[in-house]
Design a binder for this molecule. Structure first.
Ligand code: NAI
Ligand code: MG
Length: 355
């Protein structure tokens, strides 16, 4: 079959890690008889330089006409002096909004082979760690009404946390569907002891859970959840939470795995459409030096195959290949330790492709 993919290499190390990922995808396509058709489009700093804006309409149109989007990263020093609303990173917010990407999936997977990169005590993560944070991405306090007003204490600013029942319902469904494909356990994180929006959140999540009798549902307060994440992260499998809590909790979870160069993410819309990208940014400090770890982007492509195109065996192949390369001792500079074999971005991509 043919699959249409919009490619947004972006800035810094983005084009380098996307190029390696395309190699891996092509190899998988060859093996299974699929054709991945790529359309390369601009977003971020390179789009500013070429078109004057960080997110050209053509990019949005081509993304919408594709089955999925694969993005490297955007941003860099040369655009850091631009005003906030003109910076390359605005392209990400624009894409989320234009493409209706309301669900952000961030797996935190600690590979056995990289256990020494984990900052927690070995006994806490013994046997590996594999959880996913499902974060609501287009609602809550980041998108609520904001402004300034005078108060008894003088001038003040405010941001409103607001969730429609439907916004909670659709993200809860994503989480429960995912739990059905994993270990049938969902932890919903909120602050229902204080926030009205959290009480609504908890009520709707409970309603959705009725349709998934096989899935166990726990509720945790965000403050407790952040503590549990370092005390006993293995208790988690699928975590579902709001935009702001998910932002914080997924960063915390990702640190447990030790390396930002290994972490993929997916942002999903209704239907199976999704945008896939590494968690890391454009890393201008190492751009153009063949030093970037391409694994996060390669693993993002595996998520794309699994969640958007329904190609699970193909996704498994990619993940297995990444593990094999690590098990064989190959490391990009971000992961290099004595006794391992140093490789660059291109060699790492070649090794995964060759498995
Ligand atoms: P960053 O993630 O780009 O880099 C942080 C540190 O991690 C750097 O030392 C970098 O060299 C290293 N690193 C990141 N990815 C790596 C990889 N694949 N392999 C090896 N090392 C890697 O975050 P930073 O420095 O805060 O931001 C740099 C630029 O990226 C900024 O313009 C920022 O706004 C942008 N950014 C873009 C994102 C996106 O496109 N989704 C996300 C985060 C930041
Ligand atoms: Mg964040």
């Amino acid at each position: 079959m043919n699959y249409k993919i919009a490619l947004i290499p972006g800035d810094g190390i983005g084009p380098e890690v996307v190029a390696e990922t395309v190699k891996v995808l092509d190899k998988i396509g060859e093996k299974y008889g699929h054709k991945f058709e790529y359309t390369k489009v601009l977003a971020g700093g390179c789009a500013i330089d070429e078109t004057g804006g960080c997110l050209p309409q053509e990019t949005i149109d081509i993304c919408k006409a594709s089955g999925a989007v694969l993005l490297g990263a955007v941003g860099g020093w040369q655009w850091d002096t631009l005003p906030g609303d003109q910076r390359p990173e605005r392209a990400l917010l624009g894409l989320r909004k234009e493409l209706g990407l309301f669900a952000n999936l961030r797996p935190a997977l600690l590979f056995d082979e990289l256990a020494d990169a984990c900052p927690l005590k070995p006994e806490i993560v013994e046997g590996g760690l594999d959880l996913v944070v499902v974060r609501e991405l287009t609602g809550g306090i980041y998108f609520g009404e904001k402004g300034f007003k005078d108060t008894d204490l003088g001038p003040a600013a405010y941001d409103i946390e607001q969730y429609a029942e439907e916004e909670v319902r659709r993200i809860a469904i994503v989480a429960f569907d995912m739990a059905m494909k994993r270990n049938k356990k969902v932890t919903s994180v909120d602050k229902a002891n204080v926030l009205e929006s959290s009480r609504l959140w908890r009520r709707i999540v409970a309603e959705v859970s009725v349709d998934y009798p096989e899935v166990t549902l726990d509720n945790l307060y965000i403050d407790n959840a952040t503590m549990q994440m370092v005390r006993n992260p293995k208790q988690f499998d699928v975590i579902v939470t709001s935009n702001i809590f998910g932002d914080i909790l997924s960063d915390e979870a990702s640190m447990i795995t030790g390396s930002i160069g290994m972490l993929p993410s997916a942002s999903l819309a209704k239907g199976n459409f999704g945008m896939y990208e590494p968690v890391h940014g454009s890393a201008p400090d190492i751009a153009g030096q063949n030093k970037a770890n391409p694994m996060a982007t390669i693993l993002s492509a595996a998520m794309m195959l699994r969640y958007t195109f329904g190609l699970s065996a193909e996704a498994d192949d990619i993940e297995t290949a990444v593990k094999k390369v690590l098990a064989d001792g190959y490391r990009t500079p971000d992961l290099y330790t004595e006794g391992t074999k140093a490789v660059g971005t291109k060699e790492a991509g070649d090794l995964v492709t060759a498995v």
